[in-house]
Design a protein around this ligand. Structure first.
Ligand SMILES: [Fe+2]
Length: 415
């Protein structure tokens, strides 16, 4: 059995124009998308008509023939009431830091648009050099050039921090139509099919603008969200939510859900006001305390200070509780990442004395919905005696607008 020729023509088709008229039927097929990837596995996501048979042929990029064929699982009880459904499969027994190519077949048909490639992760807890791309806020009908710049940066993984579509509802059918329309954008599709992507929602893809834990129908949003992305987990057995953690090399990522348990923005800013909810906060701090990672990334759509009406700035007790927990437990190497505000920057928070060292915030917002069309790249080098984190902000014209590097020793509290 041989691979379809399309595997070798991927670059040529990546930017082929696809037109999807919204308001008509949603696309019948969407994907592939590479989700959570480890040193030995990778989740592949597709959307196709219900009751389709989906298979995937894959092999190391250098091999002429498929190493194996696997069958996708159809997602049970699709949350969206559409003619199609999401499908997922986990490729297993992969080698670390190895490039693979794949071809998805829908009912036996190997469409050139449904092939892609991926590179597996380095071993967990081992030092490595790798590049993370961070994005948020992407909208259909806006310039999409930034995705081409992002792909050109060759990130090893991609974390997107919300407003991945702007349906402003908790109705999964409408949410999915928006997701499907945006995933047909060729520049975005090219990223999803080759860069392992992890996603957290913000307000517009969770519910209405600036929505919170009181949003009616949030349970439906959560089911639909998890069926439409390839994240490693969602919440815990005891606590619902979209939050999850994963490791890449010896960097651990805590991707926070800043919506599901959030107190309303207009609640009094006192010790009763919550950004994460107590259970998610405890999960975060417990995870930070036991983490052996050199750097610990905490990420959420909400900025620490920039947004005057929808971020930690109006949750000052909750923010101080977070900072104090990091400081009191002497947790080193924390870097905060956020989105939401339709511009990007990197800075250190002035309340860093609570943390015990400069708390970096990487804000990446507006990759395809802003004047700057910007995103962030974050290069980790944990092979050095004193590991480093380098943050760059790239605008939609391809220009680098910030470039800052910190050493782990800079982000370590005094003994
Ligand atoms: Fe946004």
């Amino acid at each position: 059995m041989k691979f379809s020729r399309c595997v070798y023509l991927t670059i040529a088709i990546l930017f082929a124009k696809t037109s999807v008229a919204f308001g008509q039927d949603a696309p019948a097929i969407s994907g592939p998308m590479v989700g959570h990837t480890t040193e030995s596995s990778a989740i592949i996501w597709m959307y196709a008509p219900k009751a389709s048979k989906l298979e995937i042929d894959f092999s190391e990029a250098t091999e002429a023939n498929p190493k194996a064929t696997m069958i996708f699982d159809s997602v049970v009880n699709p949350a969206g009431d559409l003619s199609g459904a999401p499908y997922k499969v986990t490729l297993r027994d992969l080698k670390p830091l190895t490039s693979y190519k794949y071809q998805v077949k829908v009912d036996g048909r190997a469409d050139p648009a449904h092939c892609g490639s991926l590179q597996t992760a380095p071993p967990v807890d081992k030092g490595s050099k790798f590049r993370l791309a961070v994005t948020s806020c992407m909208k259909f009908g806006q310039p999409q050039k930034s995705w081409e710049w992002l792909l050109g940066e060759k990130p090893n993984l991609h974390v997107t921090l919300g407003d991945t579509q702007y349906s402003d509802t908790t109705n999964p059918t409408i949410q999915w139509k928006h997701h499907l329309r945006y995933r047909a954008v060729p520049e975005f599709s090219a990223v999803l099919k080759s860069i392992p992507t992890y996603a957290m929602w913000d307000d517009h893809d969770y519910g209405p603008n600036n929505s919170d834990g009181t949003a009616t129908g949030k349970e439906n949003s959560l089911v639909g969200w998890n069926q439409f992305w390839g994240n490693p987990a969602s919440g815990t057995a005891a606590t619902p939510g979209a939050f999850f953690k994963f490791s890449w090399s010896d960097v651990e990522f805590f991707i926070l859900d800043g919506r599901y348990h959030r107190s309303p923005d207009n609640a009094p800013d006192d010790d009763q006001k919550r950004m994460l909810g107590d259970a998610q906060f405890a999960w975060l701090i417990d995870g930070l305390k036991i983490s052996k990672a050199k750097f610990k990334v905490i990420a959420s759509g909400s900025t620490l200070s920039d947004s005057k009406n929808d971020g930690w700035r109006i949750y000052t007790y909750a923010r101080q509780r977070l900072f104090d927990a990091i400081g009191d437990n002497k947790i080193s190497g924390v870097v905060y990442m956020s989105g939401d505000i339709h511009r990007s920057r990197v800075w250190t928070h002035p309340e860093s004395d609570r943390v015990g060292y400069p708390l970096i915030e990487v804000i990446s917002s507006g990759v395809a919905n802003s004047k700057t069309l910007s995103f962030a790249t974050v290069d980790f080098d944990t092979t050095a005696d004193d590991p480093t984190v380098q943050v760059r902000i790239v605008h939609g014209d391809g220009e680098t607008h910030a470039d800052k590097t910190w050493k782990l020793s800079d982000l370590t509290p005094d003994k």
